[in-house]
Design a protein around this ligand. Structure first.
Ligand SMILES: [Fe+2]
Ligand SMILES: [Fe+2]
Length: 432
């Protein structure tokens, strides 16, 4: 195991390091790096930044971070200066959608398998007797020539290898491809450890949210696992069509789907703070009880209000806004999260807060509002039989532009077959 970054090493680095970044710039980058990266909560942005800093430091043309998913590695973040110049701005690099197995058929696979890093001067000049091999599939697909590579495992004490960072084609001052040197390896240990910690943090956030979903399910007999799964399922399908219409990239859509799925499952998690007497009442609420119930939006939001990750942001929006209405007549509206009191200039003369309306309601909130009502009406509850599908659809059509975002209603009807299949897939709570 190499030693971590030390003062001595930094001096050594400044003496020996290649000169594409000058010494001052390197020292400055190093000292700012820890501070800067700690401030980034969004995993995607953090990974992109780690990758570009690592490439900048070792003067490399390209780099990728793969994330381990079960038995394979998924290309998750990719930068390639040469290829980026060949495509239109905003277009995706061709190999950013591939997965590769964790085995000896690729350098990244081998590093993930063994946890040992590799510094290869020329990947096309490897002794075939070596236990690892270069996979030229990506070079062929993208018409790129990989020469030198540095491949490091992203390892955490808790989970072992959680991913890989690979830096490709080091270059000298004249832009000629050169092998990576020892100092570059030292630097990569540093970047790999920051990336591994960030990944671990994201994984733990996800695990915590999964526990909260389970907890909400145990607490509220009406909010069954099947209901939250259906609401999440409908929501991501609606979102995907909406996001495509808006021209969002596949990468953004995929990440948002994951965040929205979690957030939608947690839409009513704030109900854990409502008393049993009200929560478990086997019938409709009176006005007073309903006022208390409404607060589940604020309680839910307050669970995600501090130290927010990208998952928390989505969960916050959904918990807070899933009962807002497109026409502004929903709740909780513009209130102080702590007190529930209306914010200044958002108060009706007769009291109460004005609701958020139209695009003031975040898109995730607008989507879950529709998905939740559709599912609540379509399912049996203690106090009611499920509505016939035709009745539910009539109501949704009628409420387009009133309770619901009309564009989302239009999308909803365009994917009715998908919605029906999700409903069928999670139909186990029919007795509730
Ligand atoms: Fe709710
Ligand atoms: Fe619900």
């Amino acid at each position: 195991m190499k030693t971590p970054l030390t003062a001595f090493f930094i001096i050594e680095l400044l003496e020996k390091g290649n000169s594409v970044l000058n010494e001052n710039e390197k020292l400055k980058t190093l000292s700012n790096l820890g501070i800067e990266l700690n401030q980034v909560h969004d995993l995607d942005i953090l990974m992109e930044r780690i990758l570009s800093k690592a490439r900048e430091f070792v003067s490399a043309d390209a780099g990728s971070i793969y994330i381990r998913e079960g038995g394979s590695l998924k290309f998750s973040y990719t930068q390639n200066e040469t290829l980026q110049k060949r495509i239109l701005p905003g277009e995706k690099l061709i190999y950013s959608v591939f997965s590769i197995p964790i085995d000896c058929t690729s350098l990244a696979g081998y590093v993930a398998l063994t946890g040992v890093h590799l510094n290869i001067p020329d990947v096309y000049d490897l002794n075939p007797d070596l236990p690892y091999h270069f996979n030229n599939k990506f070079d062929t697909a993208s018409d790129y020539r990989t020469v030198s590579t540095l491949t490091f495992p992203l390892t955490t004490l808790r989970s072992g290898v959680v991913g890989i960072i690979q830096i490709i084609n080091g270059h000298d001052d004249n832009g000629q491809v050169v092998p990576f040197v020892d100092i570059d390896e030292e630097m990569m240990f540093h970047f790999a450890s920051i990336a591994a910690v960030a990944l671990e943090r994201a994984r733990m956030t996800r695990a915590t949210l999964l526990r909260m979903i389970k907890m909400a399910e145990m607490r509220d007999p009406k909010e069954t696992g099947a209901h939250v799964n259906r609401v999440a399922g409908y929501s991501v399908e609606i979102y995907e069509r909406w996001a495509r219409r808006k021209g969002l990239t596949e990468e953004v859509i995929e990440d948002d789907r994951d965040r929205l799925r979690m957030a939608a499952m947690l839409h009513d998690v704030g109900k854990v703070a409502i008393s049993d007497q009200i929560l478990k009442k086997p019938g409709r609420f009176n006005d007073e009880e309903f006022e208390i119930m409404k607060k589940h939006t604020l309680y839910g939001a307050s669970l995600f209000g501090i130290n927010r990750s990208d998952y928390d942001d989505a969960a916050y929006e959904v918990a807070l806004c899933h009962h807002e209405r497109w026409d502004g007549l929903g709740y909780p509206g513009y209130v102080d999260l702590e007190t529930g009191e209306p914010l200044k200039e958002h108060e009706y003369a007769e009291g109460g807060a004005t609701g958020k309306s139209k695009e003031e309601i975040p898109i995730f909130g607008r989507i879950v509002a529709l998905a939740d009502v559709f599912d609540a009406l379509s399912s049996a509850r203690v106090y009611k039989e499920p509505w016939e599908e035709g009745e539910v659809l009539d109501l949704i059509r009628k409420e387009s532009g009133a309770q619901f975002d009309p564009e989302l209603v239009e999308i909803f009807f365009s994917i009715l077959d998908v919605i029906r299949s999700i409903k069928k897939r999670y139909s186990s709570d029919i007795s509730h």
